[in-house]
Design a protein around this ligand. Structure first.
Ligand SMILES: NC(=O)c1ccc[n+]([C@@H]2O[C@H](COP(=O)([O-])OP(=O)(O)OC[C@H]3O[C@@H](n4cnc5c(N)ncnc54)[C@H](O)[C@@H]3O)[C@@H](O)[C@H]2O)c1
Length: 413
């Protein structure tokens, strides 16, 4: 097995295949990550270091693409970010495909796992791989299979999350199915890589749009004096036709704020503007600013300006249980509060330091008493937020974690 890109997606896959008895060559451009994997030190929460160490005998981490030559199958798990002007940046994918083409061998299967727009596998990846002189379908096989990992989640894992696969040819699909059956219980074949690519985007756009909808309703409900959490809890009792989504400080991570815009970009070629995606993005991007306004109002009610107030932020990562701060709304909220003169501190056991803000995490237990306002932005598991709220002069809960708790000086999104 070969895995290219040892991040949130690639490292768990490498470990899963190693645990299934495969020998894995894991290629990564970041030599620090290679060194960490070799030392059995995991930097991904979903893969505890003990688990990595137990599988390490079968994993060879390297920066050298040449080591992929003996692999039967190679999974590409490199990032697919947006450029500065919010267009797909296929730089890492191009670089990995070009490097792989140099060492591609007849009989190999290449699977792209990175989220991307429909057409990438066939129109971008295959031509780059064919620069090897080999032909897809005849000499090697190619498929797209989107990663569905939800970092920090333990009930759905690689093993029990159905795996969608679309191959360039039937044989490509068959080979990819055979491969993933070794680590996944349920395979979902679709007819083309394009269908698989769009499946992943549909899943993420569905979430983005529904989060935006409930965020907009939360803002409206607050103005109307209606408790949005009570409404969501009540609506969730409907046994069919409703799916629960919760308001929050905005979307973060590598996926939801980024992936939908891959489709928006592609849609332009087909003379379509994807209005749901744009609108959802706009509402969700606005949420950190709405939250800052909420914090300002709460401080104002306590007779305090933001400037000079001691504000303690709980949770800096974009979601509970992980240390990923990419696109985290908590960072945006902190940046805006800092611009306005707040004296900031934060507590996040998963994020020891925020060098750009010049801050280091300080345990909330000792700090809540000194803060003018404590803001719960990201709720991590195992923390007694009700207790922290009780000990705070002012507690602003942007996640609805304290609902059902009656505490004075508690403000909810
Ligand atoms: N993180 C998630 O929860 C998640 C879930 C589903 C899908 N995805 C998708 O999977 C893909 C990877 O995401 P991720 O979160 O694992 O990213 P990541 O940044 O955590 O990991 C990607 C790794 O690839 C490495 N890399 C970059 N260019 C390379 C190259 N040319 N050769 C070898 N290695 C290279 C990077 O150094 C990095 O370690 C993205 O397309 C993402 O949208 C991510």
């Amino acid at each position: 097995m070969g895995v290219i890109g040892l991040g949130y997606v690639g490292l768990p896959l490498a470990v899963a295949f190693a645990e299934a008895g495969e020998r894995v060559v894991a290629v990564e451009v970041d030599s620090q990550k290679v060194a960490a994997v070799r030392a059995g030190e995991s930097y991904i929460e979903d893969v505890p270091s003990e688990r990595l160490r137990a599988a390490l005998e079968r994993i060879r981490a390297t920066t050298r693409y040449a080591d992929l030559a003996p692999a039967e199958a190679i999974l590409i798990c490199v990032p697919t970010p947006l450029s500065a002007n919010r267009e797909p940046d296929l730089g890492p994918l191009n670089a990995s495909a070009q490097a792989l083409a140099q060492v591609l061998q007849p009989g190999q299967l290449v699977v792209l796992e990175s989220t991307t727009y429909p057409g990438t596998t066939r129109e971008r990846l295959v031509p780059l791989l064919e620069e090897s002189g080999l032909r897809v379908g005849a000499d090697f096989n190619v498929a797209f299979s989107p990663e569905r990992v939800d970092p920090g989640r333990t009930d759905y894992t690689l093993r029990n999350t159905p795996k969608v696969i679309g191959g360039i040819t039937e044989r490509c699909a068959e080979r990819a199915e055979e491969l993933y059956r070794r680590i996944c219980d349920h395979i979902v074949p679709v007819s083309t890589p394009e269908a698989a690519e769009l499946t992943k985007l549909l899943e993420n756009i569905f979430r983005s749009v529904n989060i935006a909808l409930v965020n907009e309703l939360a803002i409206l409900a607050e103005r109307m004096g209606i408790n949005i959490w009570e409404v969501i809890d009540a609506a969730s009792t409907k046994p069919y036709g409703f799916m629960r989504f919760e308001p929050g400080p905005g979307m973060g991570g590598h996926c939801l704020p980024v992936d939908p815009f891959y489709l928006t970009w592609r849609a332009r070629e087909f003379h379509m503007s994807t209005e749901f995606i744009e609108l959802a993005g706009k509402i969700n991007q606005q949420m950190p600013y709405h939250c800052v306004e909420r914090i300002e109002r709460a401080l104002n009610d306590a007779g305090k300006p933001v400037k000079g107030s001691r504000i303690l932020i709980l949770g800096a990562s974009y979601k509970g249980g992980v240390g990923d701060t990419r696109e985290s709304p908590a960072i945006r909220i902190m940046e805006v509060l800092a611009e306005r003169g707040a004296a900031l501190s934060y507590d996040d056991p998963f994020v020891p330091a925020l060098p750009d803000l010049g801050l280091e995490s300080t345990p909330a237990a000792g700090a809540v008493g000194d803060a003018d306002a404590v803001i719960l932005v990201t709720a991590h598991p195992g923390v007694d937020y009700a207790e922290l709220a009780r000990r705070s002069a002012l507690f602003v809960d942007l996640r609805g974690v304290t609902r059902g708790i009656e505490v004075e000086n508690l403000v909810r999104l």
